[in-house]
Structures are given as C-alpha cells and as structure tokens.
Design a protein around this ligand. Structure first.
Ligand code: F6R
Length: 596
C-alpha cells in the first residue's frame, strides 16, 4: 500500500530528488498506482502522476538543488488514480505540502465541521488533512500545535510527512496505525515507511508509536506525544543488508525468493536450535504450556500457513487450534476459551486487519505471540512475544519464502511443546532444504508444464488432509499473479457441486503427500479426468504413480507442505511469465496491507 519517504539535510549534502525517487523505488513492492514528490527549492515544487516511479522520473526536473523533500507512492482508496489525486497534496495557499498513508474515516464530518468554504481540488481524504492544518494555522495556531490538533481530530489511520514552505529546514511527520520509521544521518535525517526505503543512507533507526508527532531538522530529531510532551527513545541499528533488497541476476524478486527458501529454512534451524535442544524464548514455551487453545489470526498466504500450523499444533502437540480470518474476527468474534494464546502470523507485521484483532484481544487481557519476518514491525512491537522468521526481506507481492518459514517456525514450536527429539526435527528440516533445492534446480520442467497446462481462464487445485491447505495456498499464488481464476478444493468436496465447472481441458492440479488419502485423491482425479480435465499430479515419491508429472523426494509427511508448495509457486511464476505479466507487482495488490 502507500509508501512514504522524507528527507531534510544541510545544503550540498545529498541529491534530495534522487533520495526520494530511489526510496520510492524501494517501496514499489508494497503496491501502488501513482507516485509523486515535493522538493523545496525557493518554494515547493510538486511532481506527481499516476503510474510507476519510472514514469515520475521522466517528469521530474533534471537538477533541483534542495535540502528538503517528501515522496509518496499511492494505492488509491479515495478517488481514482490520476495526477490530481496523487500525493503530495498542497493547502490552498500552497504553504503546506503533505503526503499521507492511511485512511481518514471521518473525512466527511471534518469537511462539514471545519472546511465548508474550502475549495478542494482532489477526491482524496488526504486533502482534508492539509486543509485543516492550514485552517488552524490561519487561526493563529503555531504549526506544531495545528498538526497535533489535526491528529487529535482524525479517526482512522495515518502516517503523514509535511513541509511548511516557511520552514525550509524542518520536516514534520506524524503517525497512527500506518507504519513510519525515522532514519538518523550525519547532517541529515529521514523518515520512511520501512527500513528498506532508507537503508542506503543510514542503518540507524528510531521506531515510532501511534499518535506521535515528529520534528526533524538536519541535526535533530524530536518526538512528541499528541499532547506535545517530549519523548526520548533510543535508536537501534538495523542489520538489513542493502544488497538483500536487490534482484541480482533474477528477472523477478519472486523467483529469487522461491530460490531462497532452502537458505531461509537453514537460517531458521540455526536460530531456533542449540546443539542439543530447541532455542525458544522460555516465556513463550511456558505460555504455550498453559494454553488450552491457540487462535491463529492472519490474512491471505499467512492465513494459509496458519491452516498448516493448526495441523501441526493439533497433531504434534495436541493443542486445539483455530484459524481465523483477521478481517472477520473483530466484527464476528468467536467464543474464546478460558486460557487462549493468540498467534498473529504476518510476513510484514503491519497488516491492519490483524492489528485490529491484536488491539481487541489485548483489551480483553489475552496473551499474544506474533510470528513475523519484520523485526520491530507494529504487530511485533505490540504483541507480548515475537518469533522472527529470519527469511530475509520479501519484496515480491506474492509471498513464498515467508509462507514456508512460518510453517517451519510453527513446526519447531509445536515439536518443542511435544518434547520431540530436536535432533530428529533438525534433520527433517535439513533434508527439506535439500529437497527444495532439487525442485528449484529443475525450473525448465515447471516452465514447460505451465506452458502446456495453464492455458485456460480457470484452474483447480485439489488435495485432502494437509494437502488441501497446500491446495488453497497454491490457488492463491496462481490467481494473484497470473489472473487465472483458480480455486483450491478439498478433493472429496468437488463432486458436491464444483465438478460442474470441469470441462474439456480444464486444468486440475492434485497434491498427494499422505499415504492414508493417496487412493481417495486418486479416485477424485479419475472423476475429473473422465469429465475432460487435464491433470497434473504432485506427489511424494513413496506414494507416487508412474504417470505423476511432479514427484518429490520423501520428507516427513507432516512437514510435506514445505516441499509440495514449491512446485506450485514455480507453476504460478511461469504461468504469469508466459502471459508477460509484472510478476512482482500484480494488479490491484499491495505487499503491506495497512488499511482495514
Ligand atoms: C499473497 C500475500 C498476501 C499476504 C496477506 C497478509 O501472496 O502475500 O495474501 O499474505 O496480505 O500479509 P502479511 O503476511 O504481511 O500479514
């Protein structure tokens, strides 16, 4: 979703235009449909339009010496993507220029109450914010007071970065719910939606909390509460390597991230095992011991990993586990057991739907654990405990290595609870890393299968037991990047209605990893084949049949999703590649979904 980068520095320090544009490029992975920057140079110059940052580069003046600027990628919520609705937005006098990530839920009320005579240019909720700041400043409020005043009026979410053209050495910012970080430099300071947008310039960061107001100058950073009370917070050093954010030899991040899965699993083994045992925060272990039911709350791919997690916690450690769609939970809350543990699965740690649940369950006094790839993300900071995925930055919108890493971490947690032999699990995971490598080494086969089979408008994935959960995730991967309408079904359920959609050459992909359902799924394959379906079978070697197209070396069957998902990621990738699509940035999607 929207991304923000802002910079203030001493004269002749850095090329502000380039900092903003390259910062926005680093934020492209979040998903957006418009981009813009504002640069101070004897007054504020704004360049913005719908489309990519590459497009914005073409319309920005070549050379603009400057010390102050803000940039934004917009994922439209209010008003179509066009140049007028793109950020930055300016107040009617032009004095204030602002970018915003989030949604102002009470914009209509604010317009009616304070801005009846104001002439709005855009259809955005954001323009209300800049208009209010100007209105309050015109009513003699100092700028900092006016901004905090507006923060107090907003219902919804915001990360704001603001330029006042009367203070060319000051950058203002504010945050509530939407992500924003401070980056500390020598002779400059920055803000960004994530560490990647700033990491090329500094690795020293300060995290921000909700309802905080920030004043940055080239040599100083001041954080205030919404009431104006100064807050001291130490900086931390981010270990992210700038090179991790590059594509290197890969045409798309998604392929790079599929290939990185073996390393991610080996890193998890290194972090979560000692030589002889498990290495998990004892407080988490203890909390889980006293838990009568786990509630996994997540969205999209993370939720699909959650279904596999449910299987792991119930089968391995005998803890009843429910999986909930984050966006449903807050408004349709289930009956909660007497001693629950809420597990938030989230690659980004910023998903607004999940965060809304975290806020709710905290207010009810329940314990929470976030399993995330992003240290110091909102869900990590606000939960009682965190387990990190250590998967390395995931940039492609379609999540791959975070999915397998989430499953690996939950397998370790479940095994620790069950007092299983850590050495056994370590060996299982080491084998899995090797098996994934043998799959990804064989890319040509997946390209050929995708070219031959995935040629229709629709497709079905089927599986039973844990393979059903893989089928759901496989279907999400294929549909989100290739736009082929794909559904994942419990193989036995197809005949209760959906089989009506099977016609000549409809692709059906079956996943078979468990011996006890092998024959059942194979009967379902016969049912669809006899109605014309073209079937691909993905199976584990010991239960494979001669004609199965994708046969994977055996792994511990309960951990099979870690390997059976990989061919489906590659099939999705090559189906999208064959259609000439922008694989890393599928249409309408955002990497970090920071609005509810
Ligand atoms: C799909 C995908 C999304 C995310 C979902 C939750 O490939 O990535 O479905 O899984 O938006 O995001 P996180 O995991 O960041 O909470």
């Amino acid at each position: 979703m929207c991304g923000i980068v802002g910079y203030v520095g001493f004269p002749n320090q850095k090329d502000v235009k380039e900092i903003l544009l390259s910062g926005l490029e680093k934020l492209e992975y979040r998903g957006y449909d418009s981009a813009g920057i504002a640069i101070y140079n004897n007054g504020v110059k704004v360049f913005k339009d719908k489309g990519r940052v590459a497009n914005l580069r073409k319309i920005v003046d070549n050379y603009i010496p400057s010390t102050l600027g803000i940039g934004h990628t917009r994922w439209a919520t209010h008003g179509v993507p066009n140049s007028i609705n793109s950020h930055p937005h300016q107040s009617s006098s032009g004095r204030f220029t602002l970018v915003h990530n989030g949604v102002i839920e009470n914009e209509v009320e604010l317009r009616n109450k304070y801005l009846q005579d104001y002439e709005f240019i855009s259809d955005t909720d954001t323009e209300v914010v800049v208009a209010l700041i100007e209105t309050f400043v015109e009513a003699e409020e100092p700028v900092d007071v006016a901004i905090r005043h507006v923060m107090g009026l907003i219902e919804g979410s915001y990360a704001l970065t603001i330029i006042d053209d009367q203070s060319p050495a000051t950058l203002y910012a504010a945050k509530s719910k939407s992500p924003l970080l401070i980056g500390l430099g020598d002779g400059f300071n920055m803000v960004g939606s994530d560490a990647m947008s700033i990491i090329n310039y500094t690795n020293q960061f300060i995290e921000l909390h909700d309802e905080e107001f920030i004043v940055l100058t080239p040599e100083d950073v001041c954080i205030y509460s919404i009431l104006g009370v100064k807050i001291d917070r130490p900086y931390y050093t981010e270990t992210l390597d700038a090179a991790d954010t590059e594509k290197g030899i890969y045409p798309f991040y998604m392929l790079k991230e599929i290939d990185e899965q073996p390393y991610a699993i080996r890193r998890i083994v290194a972090k979560y095992f000692t030589d002889t045992g498990f290495n998990i925060n004892p407080n988490i272990v203890e909390t889980l011991k006293n838990t009568d039911r786990i509630y996994i709350v997540a969205a999209g791919t993370s939720m699909n990993a959650g279904f596999v997690g449910k299987q792991l916690f119930e089968t391995i450690s005998n803890i009843p586990t429910e999986v909930h769609i984050a966006s449903e939970f807050v408004y349709n809350t289930p009956i909660i057991s007497s001693n629950p543990l809420f597990i938030f699965l989230s690659q980004s740690g910023e998903t607004a739907d999940s965060r809304a649940v975290l806020v709710k369950i905290k207010s009810l006094g329940y314990k929470s654990l976030t399993i995330t790839n992003v240290k110091s993300s909102t869900l990590s900071r606000e939960a009682d405990y965190t387990l990190l995925l250590h998967a390395g930055v995931e940039i492609a919108v379609a999540s791959t290595k975070a999915y397998t890493s989430q499953i690996a971490v939950m397998a370790i947690l479940a095994s620790d609870q069950a007092n299983l032999d850590p050495i056994g699990l370590k060996k299982d995971l080491a084998l899995i890393a090797n098996v994934i490598e043998s799959i990804t080494d064989n890319k040509l086969m997946y390209k050929e299968l995708a070219d031959e089979y995935l040629t229709k408008r629709n497709c079905f994935y089927i599986g039973r037991h844990i393979d059903y959960y893989v089928a759901i995730e496989a279907a999400l991967k294929l549909k989100e990047i290739s736009y082929i309408q794909t559904e994942g079904f419990a193989a036995g359920e197809l005949k209760h209605g959906t089989i009506a959609l099977i016609e000549e050459d409809t692709p059906v992909i079956a996943v078979i990893s468990q011996e006890n359902i092998n024959l059942n799924t194979r009967s379902n394959i016969k049912e669809v084949k006899s109605r014309g379906a073209k079937v691909i079978v993905i199976s584990l070697k010991s239960i494979s049949s001669a004609k199965d197209q994708i046969v994977i070396d055996d792994v511990n069957p309960i951990l099979s999703p870690l390997v059976t998902i990989v061919p489906t990621q590659l099939l999705a990738y090559y189906a999208a590649l064959g259609r000439g699509l922008d694989i890393d940035k599928p249409r309408n999607l955002a990497k970090s979904v920071t609005v509810e």
